[in-house]
Design a protein around this ligand. Structure first.
Ligand code: PEP
Ligand code: MG
Length: 613
């Protein structure tokens, strides 16, 4: 899943005539920001910062500390300038990029990095630049090692990003300490394709998307901050196109396809013509999606379908606003607990929840309480001793979600208090993860009501009716007890990711039996159907917030099973809305009946593929 896919941007016009076919060369890289760019290649490089002074004498410790302080001050100033420059960018880009720059600035404060560097200067007599390089690398390596047990691709990506941040700030300090020049984009011709061996997030923040056609690099990946920034800027980009650096010659023209991940140097006339058609098609699709944003999510026969967004990181808020989603159907609160050494207190949590609720301007926000466990590891909880310290041989079947929260009431109560306080700012719902039985919901509700009473005694103004308390239906046990659970829970959110994994006994991450992970398996569909029918009978709102809910091919089937509410990655909303607007509920119901008669997943896939054709 790509959490930050924005709606696509129209690429710029070509600048040069096509080269002949014999010179065309194609390179495969990682597509990180969609769109097609055609333009002359502009290469930039950054001279390496050489560290020649390695050691100092004991009498120079104070002077070396002062050099470090000067470099820190200089780096802060540079980042301040960079932040100021953001005002030329579209507002959505600003809101995404500013927090990343702020994170760099924070690291120049009394951080683990700065403390460690000072210690190395004083205790091992390293020069400031050597101390920075060594300490930054040591911290980055430790972050990666601590994240090694993370199983989810998202957590792994977050770990890599965190390590990348430390290295980045280390490089800036070293550059300032050794007076090595920084990369400059001066002279970048209008409409050029920028090539660089690698591109750092701070470099990306310097780019002017109105001058630049696209970006191609030799190194880099999809989940780093550079990729996030390029997507925020709406610049078509392919990173990690190995071999391209050696092939580029002055005067080359490139086609960058940020949707497929290809870079073509010196395109033939045919390639260029195809790329131009791609540019037009892409621009049309963008326009269509922009128009769709304002249109209701309504079927051809007038049935309104609720389309909401899943939020994993607050930086996604601008994308959610652009997507046309009406509210957040799943706020995965794990991000608040990640990439930090301590558990966030009530105030920190209130601030974050409140800012999300306010940003949604009256549209509902469903906040899921912490879903620790399984493939989701959180260092701050381990460091606080809040999670088991033994290695669970089977974490997916162990302490996870509501199971942990009911055993760590201080953690649960703090989070509930923060959510309840944030609910004064707009409509909120509270969602419990990994429920398997009725007792868990009852117990959670007791805690919820106790926390609310305590807050009221403290003088907090809470809504008269507490926000609805609902549950994830993501275990077969919950799905099959949905009728009993509907008596205890105010709403259901069907988590098809875990439901598929637990039903089919297949790990949802990488696995040798990954091909068995199939949400169209009749067992999974029957559980969804059972839970949905129970919810509808008991008049409980029910939605789907797993990946199935954002799949335009599967949504008509889910609508046919009775579902009317879906929450998904913001980038999926326009495509799902388009499908919703093109179907009739009766046709979906007939389609679902045909599917549910099947016992063979392959037959189901065939019927699904044929729907609407
Ligand atoms: C799910 O399991 O489908 C779900 C939405 O929760 P998560 O992906 O966060 O486990
Ligand atoms: Mg889940």
């Amino acid at each position: 899943m790509n959490r930050t896919d924005p709606p696509p941007t129209p690429p710029r016009r070509p600048h040069r005539p096509a080269a002949d076919a014999s010179r065309e060369r194609s390179f495969a890289g990682i597509p990180v920001s969609p769109g097609i760019a055609i333009g002359p290649v502009f290469g930039t490089s950054e001279p390496k910062a050489e560290i020649t002074r390695l050691k100092i004498h004991a009498e120079d410790i104070a002077a070396e500390g002062a050099r470090l302080d000067t470099a820190i001050a200089q780096s802060r100033k540079q980042l301040g300038k960079l932040r100021g420059r953001l005002t030329i960018l579209p507002e959505e880009s600003q809101t995404e990029i500013a927090p990343l720059i702020d994170a760099y600035v924070r690291m120049l404060g009394p951080s683990r990095l700065v403390r460690g560097v000072k210690r190395r200067i004083e205790q091992t007599l390293l020069s400031a630049e050597h101390a920075v390089a060594t300490e930054a690398e040591a911290i980055a390596t430790a972050i990666i090692a601590a994240g090694e047990n993370n199983h989810s691709a998202e957590d792994k990506a977050a770990t890599r990003r965190q390590a990348e941040e430390v290295r980045e700030i280390g490089r800036r300090l070293v550059r300032n300490l050794t007076h090595a020049p920084f990369r400059s984009f001066a002279g970048l011709p209008q409409g050029a394709v920028l090539y660089s061996e690698s591109l750092r997030p701070a470099d990306a923040a310097l780019l002017d998307p109105s001058r630049l056609a696209g970006v191609a690099t030799e190194e880099g990946g999809t989940d780093g901050h550079t990729a996030v920034m390029l997507r925020a800027l709406g610049v078509p980009a392919v990173l990690g196109a190995a071999g391209i650096g050696h092939a580029i010659k002055p005067g080359d023209v490139a086609v960058v396809d940020g949707s497929t991940g290809t870079v073509v140097l010196n395109p033939s006339a045919a390639t260029l013509a195809a790329a131009r058609r791609g540019v037009t098609a892409f621009a049309r699709e963008r326009q269509r999606y922009a128009r769709l944003r304002r249109l209701p999510a309504e079927t051809e026969d007038g049935q309104t379908i609720e389309l909401q967004a899943n939020l994993e990181l607050p930086v996604e808020l601008p994308l959610i606003a652009q997507s046309g989603a009406v509210g957040i159907g799943l706020l995965r609160s794990e991000f608040l607990f990640m990439n930090r050494e301590t558990v966030p207190d009530e105030e920190t949590q209130v601030e974050t929840y409140r800012s999300v609720v306010e940003a949604m301007s009256g549209d509902p926000v469903t906040i899921r309480v912490l879903d620790w466990g399984g493939e989701k590891e959180i260092e701050a909880l381990s460091m606080a001793g809040l999670v088991p310290d033994y290695i669970d041989p089977n974490p997916a079947l162990g302490m996870r979600g509501i199971r942990l929260l009911l055993r760590r009431l201080e953690l649960f109560e703090t989070q509930l208090a923060a959510i309840l306080r944030a609910s004064a700012a707009g409509p909120v719902r509270v969602l419990l993860p990994m429920v398997t039985n009725v007792a868990e919901v009852r117990e959670a509700r007791e805690v919820y009501e106790r926390v609310a009473r305590r807050l009221r005694r403290r003088g907090e103004r809470l809504p008269d009716r507490l926000p609805p308390l609902g549950i994830m239906i993501e275990t077969p046990a919950a799905a099959l007890s949905a009728d009993a659970l509907a008596l205890e829970a105010d709403f259901f959110a069907i988590g098809t990711n875990d439901l598929t994994a637990y039903t089919l006994a297949v790990d949802r991450g990488e696995s040798d039996v990954g091909e068995l992970y199939d949400p169209l398996h009749p067992a999974v569909l029957r559980l969804i159907q059972f839970a949905t029918e129970a919810a509808l009978r008991m008049r409980r709102p029910v939605s789907v917030c797993g990946e199935m809910g954002g799949n335009p091919v599967l949504v008509p089937l889910l609508m046919g099973l009775g579902l009317r509410s879906f929450s998904m990655n913001a980038s999926a909303v326009p495509r799902v809305k388009q499908v919703v607007r093109s179907v009739e509920i009766d046709a979906c119901a007939r389609f679902a009946r045909r599917v549910m008669e099947q016992a063979d997943p392959a037959a189901i896939r065939q019927i699904v593929a044929g729907f609407g054709k």
